[in-house]
Design a protein around this ligand. Structure first.
Ligand SMILES: [Ca+2]
Ligand SMILES: [Ca+2]
Ligand SMILES: [Ca+2]
Ligand SMILES: [Ca+2]
Length: 342
Protein backbone atom coordinates (compact mmCIF):
# COMPACT_ATOMS: atom_id res chain seq x y z
CA UNK A 1 0.00 0.00 0.00
CA UNK A 2 2.74 2.36 0.91
CA UNK A 3 4.56 1.69 -2.35
CA UNK A 4 1.32 2.22 -4.23
CA UNK A 5 0.74 5.48 -2.43
CA UNK A 6 4.22 6.65 -3.47
CA UNK A 7 3.51 5.68 -7.05
CA UNK A 8 0.16 7.42 -6.83
CA UNK A 9 1.82 10.55 -5.46
CA UNK A 10 4.44 10.51 -8.21
CA UNK A 11 1.75 10.03 -10.84
CA UNK A 12 -0.12 13.00 -9.42
CA UNK A 13 3.07 15.07 -9.29
CA UNK A 14 3.90 14.17 -12.89
CA UNK A 15 0.37 15.05 -13.90
CA UNK A 16 0.61 18.39 -12.14
CA UNK A 17 4.02 19.12 -13.66
CA UNK A 18 2.89 18.16 -17.15
CA UNK A 19 -0.35 20.05 -16.62
CA UNK A 20 1.73 23.12 -15.86
CA UNK A 21 3.82 22.38 -18.91
CA UNK A 22 0.75 22.16 -21.11
CA UNK A 23 -0.42 25.52 -19.83
CA UNK A 24 2.85 26.99 -21.10
CA UNK A 25 2.53 25.36 -24.52
CA UNK A 26 -0.32 27.46 -25.75
CA UNK A 27 -2.90 25.66 -27.86
CA UNK A 28 -4.19 27.07 -31.12
CA UNK A 29 -2.73 30.12 -32.74
CA UNK A 30 0.02 32.24 -31.24
CA UNK A 31 -1.81 34.76 -29.06
CA UNK A 32 0.10 37.81 -30.22
CA UNK A 33 2.32 39.05 -33.01
CA UNK A 34 5.59 37.10 -33.11
CA UNK A 35 9.05 38.64 -32.99
CA UNK A 36 8.35 42.33 -33.42
CA UNK A 37 10.40 45.21 -32.07
CA UNK A 38 8.30 48.11 -30.80
CA UNK A 39 9.91 51.56 -30.84
CA UNK A 40 9.21 55.28 -30.89
CA UNK A 41 9.62 57.48 -33.96
CA UNK A 42 8.62 60.94 -35.15
CA UNK A 43 8.84 59.90 -38.83
CA UNK A 44 5.19 60.78 -39.40
CA UNK A 45 5.39 64.18 -37.74
CA UNK A 46 4.69 63.43 -34.09
CA UNK A 47 5.90 60.80 -31.64
CA UNK A 48 4.22 57.44 -32.26
CA UNK A 49 4.67 53.81 -31.23
CA UNK A 50 5.74 51.58 -34.13
CA UNK A 51 6.57 47.91 -34.47
CA UNK A 52 8.85 46.26 -37.04
CA UNK A 53 10.49 42.92 -37.73
CA UNK A 54 13.99 42.37 -36.26
CA UNK A 55 15.48 43.07 -39.71
CA UNK A 56 13.65 46.41 -39.83
CA UNK A 57 11.01 45.37 -42.34
CA UNK A 58 7.27 45.98 -42.11
CA UNK A 59 7.20 49.01 -39.77
CA UNK A 60 3.65 49.83 -38.66
CA UNK A 61 2.37 52.88 -36.76
CA UNK A 62 0.43 51.39 -33.83
CA UNK A 63 -0.51 54.41 -31.68
CA UNK A 64 -1.51 56.74 -34.55
CA UNK A 65 -2.64 59.62 -32.34
CA UNK A 66 -1.73 63.34 -32.56
CA UNK A 67 -0.46 63.32 -28.95
CA UNK A 68 3.00 62.39 -27.68
CA UNK A 69 3.40 58.60 -27.48
CA UNK A 70 6.50 57.02 -25.88
CA UNK A 71 7.92 54.07 -23.90
CA UNK A 72 6.47 50.96 -25.61
CA UNK A 73 6.53 47.65 -23.70
CA UNK A 74 5.16 44.36 -25.08
CA UNK A 75 3.02 42.16 -22.85
CA UNK A 76 4.71 38.77 -22.30
CA UNK A 77 2.48 37.05 -24.87
CA UNK A 78 2.73 39.95 -27.36
CA UNK A 79 -1.02 40.49 -27.43
CA UNK A 80 -0.73 44.03 -26.03
CA UNK A 81 1.61 47.01 -25.85
CA UNK A 82 1.81 49.32 -22.85
CA UNK A 83 3.10 52.84 -23.55
CA UNK A 84 3.11 56.42 -22.28
CA UNK A 85 0.92 59.09 -23.85
CA UNK A 86 0.38 62.81 -23.26
CA UNK A 87 -2.85 62.94 -25.31
CA UNK A 88 -4.95 63.70 -22.20
CA UNK A 89 -2.84 66.68 -21.11
CA UNK A 90 -0.66 64.80 -18.67
CA UNK A 91 1.49 61.68 -19.03
CA UNK A 92 -0.48 58.47 -18.59
CA UNK A 93 0.24 54.78 -19.06
CA UNK A 94 -1.89 53.37 -21.87
CA UNK A 95 -2.46 49.80 -23.05
CA UNK A 96 -3.42 48.87 -26.62
CA UNK A 97 -3.84 45.65 -28.56
CA UNK A 98 -0.88 44.49 -30.63
CA UNK A 99 -2.48 45.95 -33.79
CA UNK A 100 -2.95 49.36 -32.14
CA UNK A 101 -6.67 49.00 -31.44
CA UNK A 102 -8.43 49.52 -28.09
CA UNK A 103 -6.11 52.19 -26.64
CA UNK A 104 -7.02 52.64 -22.98
CA UNK A 105 -5.68 55.04 -20.31
CA UNK A 106 -4.94 52.67 -17.43
CA UNK A 107 -2.91 54.81 -14.97
CA UNK A 108 -5.58 57.57 -15.06
CA UNK A 109 -3.95 59.93 -12.56
CA UNK A 110 -3.43 63.72 -12.83
CA UNK A 111 0.30 63.40 -12.09
CA UNK A 112 3.01 62.23 -14.53
CA UNK A 113 2.89 58.47 -15.11
CA UNK A 114 5.38 56.83 -17.50
CA UNK A 115 7.94 54.04 -18.17
CA UNK A 116 5.54 51.05 -18.16
CA UNK A 117 6.91 47.48 -18.08
CA UNK A 118 4.92 44.23 -17.81
CA UNK A 119 5.19 41.58 -15.14
CA UNK A 120 6.21 38.18 -16.55
CA UNK A 121 2.74 36.74 -15.91
CA UNK A 122 1.14 39.60 -17.84
CA UNK A 123 -1.18 40.48 -14.96
CA UNK A 124 0.59 43.64 -13.78
CA UNK A 125 2.45 46.69 -15.04
CA UNK A 126 5.23 48.53 -13.19
CA UNK A 127 5.66 52.24 -13.96
CA UNK A 128 7.17 55.46 -12.61
CA UNK A 129 5.01 58.28 -11.25
CA UNK A 130 5.54 61.76 -9.79
CA UNK A 131 2.36 61.68 -7.66
CA UNK A 132 4.27 61.60 -4.35
CA UNK A 133 6.38 64.67 -5.11
CA UNK A 134 9.32 62.82 -6.64
CA UNK A 135 9.42 59.86 -9.02
CA UNK A 136 8.60 56.50 -7.47
CA UNK A 137 8.10 53.01 -8.90
CA UNK A 138 4.53 51.73 -8.63
CA UNK A 139 2.82 48.54 -9.75
CA UNK A 140 -0.79 48.14 -10.88
CA UNK A 141 -2.99 45.49 -12.43
CA UNK A 142 -2.87 45.63 -16.22
CA UNK A 143 -6.31 47.27 -16.19
CA UNK A 144 -5.00 50.05 -13.92
CA UNK A 145 -6.60 48.85 -10.68
CA UNK A 146 -4.69 48.16 -7.45
CA UNK A 147 -2.02 50.86 -7.90
CA UNK A 148 0.63 50.20 -5.25
CA UNK A 149 3.80 52.10 -4.30
CA UNK A 150 7.06 50.08 -4.40
CA UNK A 151 9.90 52.60 -3.78
CA UNK A 152 10.24 55.18 -0.99
CA UNK A 153 13.44 57.00 -1.98
CA UNK A 154 13.42 60.80 -1.78
CA UNK A 155 15.06 60.97 -5.23
CA UNK A 156 14.10 60.06 -8.78
CA UNK A 157 13.20 56.36 -9.19
CA UNK A 158 12.35 55.38 -12.80
CA UNK A 159 13.03 52.92 -15.67
CA UNK A 160 11.52 49.77 -14.08
CA UNK A 161 12.33 46.34 -15.58
CA UNK A 162 10.63 43.28 -14.05
CA UNK A 163 12.70 40.15 -13.31
CA UNK A 164 11.67 37.05 -15.30
CA UNK A 165 10.73 35.20 -12.07
CA UNK A 166 8.36 38.04 -11.17
CA UNK A 167 9.81 38.73 -7.70
CA UNK A 168 12.10 41.73 -8.34
CA UNK A 169 12.11 45.03 -10.22
CA UNK A 170 15.30 46.69 -11.49
CA UNK A 171 15.19 50.50 -11.73
CA UNK A 172 17.28 53.66 -11.92
CA UNK A 173 17.76 55.59 -8.68
CA UNK A 174 18.96 59.08 -9.58
CA UNK A 175 20.09 61.17 -6.58
CA UNK A 176 19.73 64.50 -8.38
CA UNK A 177 17.66 63.67 -11.45
CA UNK A 178 20.51 65.04 -13.53
CA UNK A 179 22.92 62.31 -14.51
CA UNK A 180 23.69 60.66 -11.18
CA UNK A 181 21.74 57.47 -11.76
CA UNK A 182 22.64 54.09 -10.30
CA UNK A 183 20.88 50.78 -10.83
CA UNK A 184 18.98 49.10 -8.02
CA UNK A 185 16.76 46.06 -7.67
CA UNK A 186 13.92 45.74 -5.18
CA UNK A 187 11.28 43.16 -4.30
CA UNK A 188 7.87 43.96 -5.75
CA UNK A 189 6.59 44.52 -2.18
CA UNK A 190 9.20 47.27 -1.67
CA UNK A 191 11.61 45.29 0.53
CA UNK A 192 15.23 44.24 0.05
CA UNK A 193 16.46 47.19 -2.07
CA UNK A 194 19.92 46.38 -3.42
CA UNK A 195 22.38 48.58 -5.34
CA UNK A 196 23.78 47.06 -8.54
CA UNK A 197 26.08 49.95 -9.51
CA UNK A 198 27.59 52.72 -7.37
CA UNK A 199 29.57 55.01 -9.63
CA UNK A 200 30.35 58.62 -8.63
CA UNK A 201 29.22 61.62 -10.69
CA UNK A 202 29.46 62.17 -13.63
CA UNK A 203 29.20 58.44 -14.31
CA UNK A 204 25.55 57.45 -14.47
CA UNK A 205 23.65 54.23 -15.19
CA UNK A 206 20.10 53.90 -16.44
CA UNK A 207 17.77 51.93 -18.79
CA UNK A 208 18.06 48.51 -17.06
CA UNK A 209 16.76 45.52 -19.07
CA UNK A 210 16.62 42.16 -17.28
CA UNK A 211 17.85 39.20 -19.38
CA UNK A 212 15.29 36.47 -20.17
CA UNK A 213 17.18 33.90 -18.06
CA UNK A 214 17.21 36.29 -15.09
CA UNK A 215 20.99 36.26 -14.57
CA UNK A 216 22.05 39.54 -16.25
CA UNK A 217 20.94 43.15 -16.52
CA UNK A 218 21.83 45.20 -19.60
CA UNK A 219 22.00 48.97 -19.11
CA UNK A 220 23.35 52.29 -20.39
CA UNK A 221 26.35 53.99 -18.74
CA UNK A 222 27.20 57.62 -19.37
CA UNK A 223 30.68 58.65 -18.22
CA UNK A 224 30.74 62.14 -19.74
CA UNK A 225 27.95 64.05 -21.42
CA UNK A 226 26.73 62.23 -24.50
CA UNK A 227 29.14 59.29 -24.18
CA UNK A 228 26.59 56.53 -23.72
CA UNK A 229 27.79 52.92 -23.71
CA UNK A 230 25.86 49.68 -23.24
CA UNK A 231 27.02 47.29 -20.52
CA UNK A 232 25.77 44.11 -18.92
CA UNK A 233 26.21 43.17 -15.25
CA UNK A 234 25.16 40.28 -13.06
CA UNK A 235 21.61 40.71 -11.75
CA UNK A 236 23.01 40.96 -8.20
CA UNK A 237 25.86 43.30 -9.22
CA UNK A 238 29.42 42.80 -10.48
CA UNK A 239 30.62 40.98 -13.58
CA UNK A 240 30.33 44.08 -15.75
CA UNK A 241 31.11 43.80 -19.46
CA UNK A 242 31.12 46.75 -21.87
CA UNK A 243 29.35 45.85 -25.12
CA UNK A 244 29.64 49.00 -27.24
CA UNK A 245 32.58 51.34 -27.92
CA UNK A 246 30.55 54.09 -29.56
CA UNK A 247 27.46 55.98 -28.47
CA UNK A 248 24.62 53.51 -27.85
CA UNK A 249 21.86 53.30 -25.28
CA UNK A 250 18.45 51.88 -24.27
CA UNK A 251 19.17 48.12 -24.61
CA UNK A 252 16.32 45.58 -24.83
CA UNK A 253 16.95 41.81 -24.86
CA UNK A 254 15.66 39.58 -27.63
CA UNK A 255 13.18 37.03 -26.25
CA UNK A 256 15.75 34.20 -26.44
CA UNK A 257 18.52 36.29 -24.85
CA UNK A 258 20.92 35.93 -27.79
CA UNK A 259 20.66 39.54 -29.03
CA UNK A 260 19.96 43.07 -27.89
CA UNK A 261 18.12 45.90 -29.63
CA UNK A 262 19.41 49.39 -28.82
CA UNK A 263 19.62 52.98 -30.04
CA UNK A 264 22.55 54.60 -31.85
CA UNK A 265 22.59 57.74 -33.99
CA UNK A 266 18.79 58.09 -33.76
CA UNK A 267 18.25 54.62 -35.25
CA UNK A 268 17.34 51.22 -33.85
CA UNK A 269 20.15 48.66 -34.01
CA UNK A 270 20.46 45.02 -33.06
CA UNK A 271 23.62 43.21 -31.95
CA UNK A 272 24.64 39.87 -30.54
CA UNK A 273 24.60 39.63 -26.75
CA UNK A 274 28.42 39.93 -26.71
CA UNK A 275 28.32 43.25 -28.61
CA UNK A 276 29.35 41.86 -32.02
CA UNK A 277 27.37 42.07 -35.25
CA UNK A 278 25.84 45.54 -34.80
CA UNK A 279 23.28 46.26 -37.55
CA UNK A 280 21.15 49.37 -38.16
CA UNK A 281 17.62 48.05 -38.70
CA UNK A 282 15.50 51.24 -38.75
CA UNK A 283 17.60 53.25 -41.27
CA UNK A 284 15.30 56.25 -41.17
CA UNK A 285 16.23 59.94 -41.10
CA UNK A 286 13.71 60.54 -38.29
CA UNK A 287 14.36 60.11 -34.57
CA UNK A 288 13.91 56.43 -33.66
CA UNK A 289 14.34 55.29 -30.05
CA UNK A 290 13.19 53.13 -27.12
CA UNK A 291 13.14 49.63 -28.67
CA UNK A 292 11.30 46.81 -26.90
CA UNK A 293 11.57 43.28 -28.32
CA UNK A 294 8.39 41.17 -28.11
CA UNK A 295 7.83 37.41 -27.76
CA UNK A 296 8.75 35.04 -30.58
CA UNK A 297 6.91 32.01 -31.88
CA UNK A 298 9.23 28.97 -31.63
CA UNK A 299 7.27 26.32 -33.46
CA UNK A 300 3.72 25.26 -34.19
CA UNK A 301 3.02 21.52 -34.36
CA UNK A 302 -0.38 19.83 -34.43
CA UNK A 303 -2.28 22.88 -33.28
CA UNK A 304 0.08 23.55 -30.35
CA UNK A 305 2.50 26.43 -30.29
CA UNK A 306 5.51 27.29 -28.18
CA UNK A 307 6.77 30.79 -27.79
CA UNK A 308 9.55 32.52 -25.97
CA UNK A 309 9.39 35.99 -24.45
CA UNK A 310 11.82 38.35 -22.80
CA UNK A 311 9.97 38.04 -19.50
CA UNK A 312 10.26 34.28 -19.27
CA UNK A 313 6.77 33.33 -20.34
CA UNK A 314 6.13 30.59 -22.82
CA UNK A 315 7.43 27.24 -23.99
CA UNK A 316 10.96 27.67 -22.68
CA UNK A 317 9.71 26.73 -19.24
CA UNK A 318 8.27 23.37 -20.01
CA UNK A 319 11.53 21.38 -20.25
CA UNK A 320 12.11 22.43 -16.62
CA UNK A 321 8.85 20.78 -15.62
CA UNK A 322 9.80 17.61 -17.50
CA UNK A 323 13.20 17.51 -15.78
CA UNK A 324 11.47 18.07 -12.43
CA UNK A 325 9.05 15.22 -13.11
CA UNK A 326 11.92 12.92 -14.16
CA UNK A 327 13.82 13.75 -10.96
CA UNK A 328 10.71 12.97 -8.91
CA UNK A 329 10.25 9.69 -10.77
CA UNK A 330 13.88 8.75 -10.20
CA UNK A 331 13.64 9.57 -6.49
CA UNK A 332 10.44 7.53 -6.17
CA UNK A 333 11.99 4.57 -8.00
CA UNK A 334 14.99 4.73 -5.66
CA UNK A 335 12.69 4.94 -2.63
CA UNK A 336 10.62 1.97 -3.82
CA UNK A 337 13.67 -0.13 -4.68
CA UNK A 338 15.20 0.64 -1.24
CA UNK A 339 12.00 -0.10 0.62
CA UNK A 340 11.53 3.52 1.70
CA UNK A 341 7.85 4.23 2.04
CA UNK A 342 8.03 7.89 2.97
CA1 LIG B 1 1.38 60.33 -31.36
CA1 LIG C 1 -1.01 60.87 -15.33
CA1 LIG D 1 11.56 58.45 -5.37
CA1 LIG E 1 16.39 57.41 -37.40
Amino acid sequence: MLKLSIIGFVALAVHLFLGSAESQVHAGTFPGISDRIAFVSNRDGDLEIYAMDPDGSNPVNLSNDPGIDLDPSWSPDSTKVAFTSYRDGNYEVYVMDADGSNQVNVSDHPSTDLDPTWSPDGASIAFATFRDGNYEIYTMSADGSSQSRVTFNFVRDSDPSWSPDGTRIAFTLDQTGAGTGDLYVIDTDGTDQLGITSTPFPTSEYDPSWSPDGTRIAFTRTAVSGAHRIYVANANGGGEVQLTNTTAYAPSWSPDGTRLAFVAQDDIYVMNADGTGQVNISNNAAWDSEPDWGARLLNAVGGSVEFVSRSGEGGVRWPIYVIGAMLLLGAAQWAVSHGKAY
